[in-house]
Design a binder for this molecule. Structure first.
Ligand code: UDX
Length: 438
């Protein structure tokens, strides 16, 4: 089967490489020449564990090109895996998706299945279907919704051993093609559950899943804030809750909220849609409000201990929105650094892989970077600072010798936004330590 994947970001590239790993011939297309050049040299344009190795393993079945027209013409199946960023009003910007659809329309010479993997608002698949039907009279295009559930940092595992494959189909032709395409994933050793449904429900599965996970995080963060006030320990609380199988133990880590390219965008998009349909989702409204506040939780601690932040030196440990990725989109670090700079603080920023992307983010947002110093090791970043704020639970931060805060910092105020250190170890030191809900 000839498969084409449009978009070589997290969703598109990982999908393409994993399909190639299942013996399909895959052409990955993108409008970005630089990305394609890198890919042709075997270099992944995104930081993702195991991706380059899998690209190498399947190199004979993988092609990378900017010649989209040629690729779409030959395709049996085209996956659309381009970005759907958030607009200022919270709705999803589908320009990239519709650009791909236009290019497909201009290129096709035979019947093709078009699979929408990008996260799109509910009913978009139907709209795309209508566009194809209106614009292509002699060629049949079947539109399939096949949402993506991969998480950054574990995306290869999340795709090969997916929790489920959700396929929204409306006709027998595409139903058969999709079954054939995904057959290897449903067999040993992968055994991924394969679930067919109508397109709109498939679209909703994606939004409902991500929004539910975001809700779990906001809920537990509010409980953690209460625990903090009561002197209870959120880790004991979630442990106690987790024995109830209906609750489980996943996505109950309290911290400084969720970031990344998915949860903030998908919560906004679902909320926006619910309002449009006159069915405002109040749970999601609260979820995003809680998250916004939680992102700045460490500043509350800081403001309690320091009356004035002008010229105070602060280490920011961890810039990415979570460990295992170089992605800084909607990372708590940015909002915190922005406020700290406004208050006149001097920043020592550390991250094992996210510094370059963070620098770009600072520059795109036109923030004055003259008061930000970047460090590639924790020791140097905390030397002589008045406070350290832990934003990301990188293993290197979690395993960092906690006594060094005491010896290297000016004042050992350590605010741990990801509960990296055990309270037992903290108690052995003289650091002035605050974490989330403990
Ligand atoms: C998420 C979904 O997990 C994935 O299924 C979907 O396809 C895309 O969105 P991702 O954004 O890569 O994936 O990251 P994820 O691991 O889900 O974490 C999102 C954010 O939630 C991070 O900022 C993380 O720090 C935070 N989080 C996660 C918590 O604060 N507590 C938790 O218990 C779990």
């Amino acid at each position: 089967m000839e498969v084409v994947v449009a978009g070589t970001g997290y969703v598109g590239l990982v999908t393409g490489v994993c399909l190639a790993n299942m013996n399909h011939n895959v052409t990955c297309v993108d409008i970005d020449e630089e990305k394609i050049k890198k890919l042709n040299k075997g270099i992944s344009p995104i930081y993702e564990d195991g991706l380059e190795e899998l690209m190498l393993k399947n190199k004979d079945r993988l092609t990378y090109t900017t010649n989209r027209k040629n690729a779409y013409k030959k395709a049996d199946v085209i996956f659309v895996g381009v970005n759907t960023p958030e607009r200022e009003d919270g709705s999803a910007n589908l320009d990239y998706v519709y650009n791909v659809i236009d290019e497909i329309i201009d290129s096709l010479v035979k019947d093709t299945v078009v699979v929408i993997k990008s996260t799109v608002p509910i009913q978009t698949n139907d709209k795309i279907d209508k566009i194809f039907k209106e614009k292509l009279k002699n060629i049949n295009v079947s539109v399939v919704s096949n949402p993506e559930f991969l998480a950054q940092g574990t995306s290869i595992k999340d795709t090969l051993y997916a929790s489920r494959i959700i396929v929204g189909v409306e006709d027998d032709y595409s139903r058969e093609i999709m079954r054939e395409l995904y057959k290897p994933f449903t067999e040993e050793p992968y055994n991924v559950p394969y679930v067919e449904m109508d397109r709109k429900s498939a679209e909703m599965v994606k939004y409902a899943s991500n929004n539910f996970l975001a809700l779990k995080i906001s809920f537990i963060n509010e409980v953690a804030n209460l625990c903090g006030k009561l002197g209870a320990n959120i880790e004991n609380v979630t442990k106690g809750m987790s024995y109830d199988k209906r609750i489980g133990n996943k996505f109950l880590n309290a911290g400084i909220g969720y970031g990344g390219s998915c949860f903030p965008k998908d919560t906004m998009a679902l909320y926006h849609l619910s309002k449009e349909l006159n069915s405002e989702m109040l749970t999601i409204k609260s979820c995003t409000e809680v998250n916004k506040k939680q992102t700045l939780k460490l500043l509350e601690y800081l403001n309690n201990d320091f009356k004035n932040l002008d010229s105070i030196k602060i280490a920011i440990l961890g810039l990415t929105f979570k460990p295992g990725t170089d992605d800084v989109r909607n990372a708590a670090s940015f909002d915190n650094v922005k406020i700290l700079l406004e208050k006149g603080a001097v920043i020592n920023a550390y991250d094992p892989v996210g510094i370059n992307n963070f620098k770009k983010l600072i520059s795109v947002n036109k923030l004055d970077d003259s008061k930000i110093n970047y460090f590639d090791n924790i020791e140097d970043a905390i030397t002589g600072v008045d406070a350290a704020l832990i934003m990301t639970e990188w293993p290197i931060i979690k395993n960092f010798d906690i006594t060094k805060y005491e010896t290297l910092m000016n004042e050992p105020y350590v605010y741990d936004g990801r509960n990296c250190y055990s309270l037992k170890n903290v108690k052995k030191t003289n650091i002035k330590y605050k974490s989330i809900g403990r």
